[in-house]
Design a protein around this ligand. Structure first.
Ligand SMILES: *Cc1c(COP(=O)(O)O)cnc(C)c1O
Length: 412
């Protein structure tokens, strides 16, 4: 029998696309919670309070707004469960994550024959993948063109595509859905808690899903925020869906939502953890206290600082996301992206390569939105670049960063 020594995991600087470094207050809330079952009064109250804070975070009056236990894919699976075999769906794919969203959707929209023909990557004719080149955003024109041509029942897009670091046009997507009578769905895993938007401003998008570990920063595995418009809920009431655990109607009951209204009481769905509820609650309190608008502005401001610094080192950013810079190495060192990322990771500096072609470097600033934190990221990346043999003056780069923070824009 093997009994291993206690598992020790070092603290790293999580400077990738996600997860972000969890706030100590969230860890403390996790550790301070008592062992209480999932029907204990304060656990239930915590869930109901989280539900109200989530509506605030999403900018919505949707009653069906709650968390799906697990990671981002759990929340996405819950909204994508509205799609049944044979449904016609248009999926916009401009990177790793919208690509995986497309795979899930193809699995759900497949017939038994489609699945049997290719179980792990089915290709049903009724799912149209609109493949947008890496590094390009999905535009209003692309959304309009695809929906006019295909007239699907559903359309799916990522809001921020974390694979390539691109912000997609949510207004254009909404408008095209509205014009062609399409039910829109959005992967907001990398935008909730980072960008400032109200989902009620996009009424043609009937379901949204996010995650616990990016903008919301509630990493002790907790809840993937989701929100459904009444049209989405009506559809599940009418047609059902092939899941118990991710069924929006059944999950909602545990969060005190039954038949479209808030209730004081909760109905068992699965065993929720007091620790997860407490930490998620604290993560939402931290986000809403900092302010949605203020947080979004801070991400934009500090992302520009990082982008300027890596550009001064000779890198070429191709992203426009506020929490992440995706870039190419200078031409002299092209092809060595994985090597420099590996060197950084070996030293507890957790940056990432892209997970699908082309290979690029991704550096993120989740929960690092202050001068000191960005300066540390730039400092460590500059050292790794010099070690790789890239020629630039670190002094000039660091001075440029200091200037950026000292300028008028810092005060604005
Ligand atoms: C991170 C990410 C996901 C997956 O989230 P997990 O928490 O890893 O399940 C899905 N979509 C996008 C856009 C993401 O950035």
């Amino acid at each position: 029998m093997n009994i291993f020594p206690p598992l020790e995991i070092p603290h790293t600087l999580a400077a990738g696309p996600g997860p972000g470094n969890t706030d100590p207050r969230v860890i403390q809330a996790f550790a301070n919670a008592g062992v209480a079952d999932h029907m204990q009064a304060d656990v239930v109250r915590g869930m109901i309070e989280c539900k109200h804070m989530l509506r605030e975070a999403w900018g919505t009056k949707n009653v069906y707004t709650f968390g799906v236990a697990g990671t981002g894919w759990d929340g996405l699976d819950s909204i994508q469960s509205l799609i049944l075999p044979g449904d016609k769906v248009v999926v916009f794919n401009n990177g790793t994550f919208s690509g995986i969203d497309g795979l899930t959707i193809r699995m759900k929209a497949s017939s038994q024959e489609d699945l049997a023909a290719n179980p792990s990557d089915p290709q049903p004719d009724n799912v149209i993948m609109v493949n947008v080149p890496h590094g390009t955003s999905v535009s209003a024109e692309m959304a309009e063109e695809a929906m006019a041509e295909h007239k699907p029942m559903f359309a799916f897009m990522a809001h921020y595509e974390t694979g390539s670091g691109r912000v997609n046009d949510i207004q254009g997507f909404n408008d095209a859905c509205a014009k062609h009578g399409v039910m829109g769905m959005v992967d907001a895993v990398s935008s909730l808690g980072i960008g400032h938007f109200n989902i009620d401003d996009y009424p043609a998008i009937i379901a949204w899903a996010s995650c616990p570990q990016k903008g919301i920063l509630g990493l002790p595995l907790s809840y993937a925020p989701v929100s459904f418009r009444p049209e989405a809920i009506d559809l599940v009431k009418k047609r059902g869906c092939y899941t118990y655990v991710h069924n929006p109607l059944l999950i909602a009951r545990h969060w005190g939502i039954t038949d479209g209204v808030d209730t004081e009481t909760s109905g068992y769905h699965r065993t929720h953890s007091s620790f997860s509820v407490a930490s998620f609650h604290e993560a939402l309190r931290i986000y809403l206290t900092a302010g949605r608008k203020e947080t979004a502005k801070a991400y934009e401001y500090h992302e520009a600082a990082l982008k300027q610094a890596v550009t001064a080192m000779g890198c070429r950013p191709t992203s426009n996301m506020p929490s992440l810079v995706v870039m190419d190495l200078p031409a002299s060192h092209a092809g060595r992206e994985k090597e420099i990322v590996g060197n950084c990771r070996a030293q507890g500096f957790g940056i990432w390569p892209t997970l699908s072609e082309p290979t690029q470097i991704r550096i993120g600033i989740l929960n690092q939105i202050n001068q000191e934190a960005v300066t540390e990221i730039v400092d460590r990346f500059a050292d790794a670049m010099l070690e790789l043999g890239v020629e630039f003056s670190k002094e000039v780069v660091m001075a440029g960063l200091k200037d950026y923070y000292g300028s008028e824009r810092a005060v604005a």
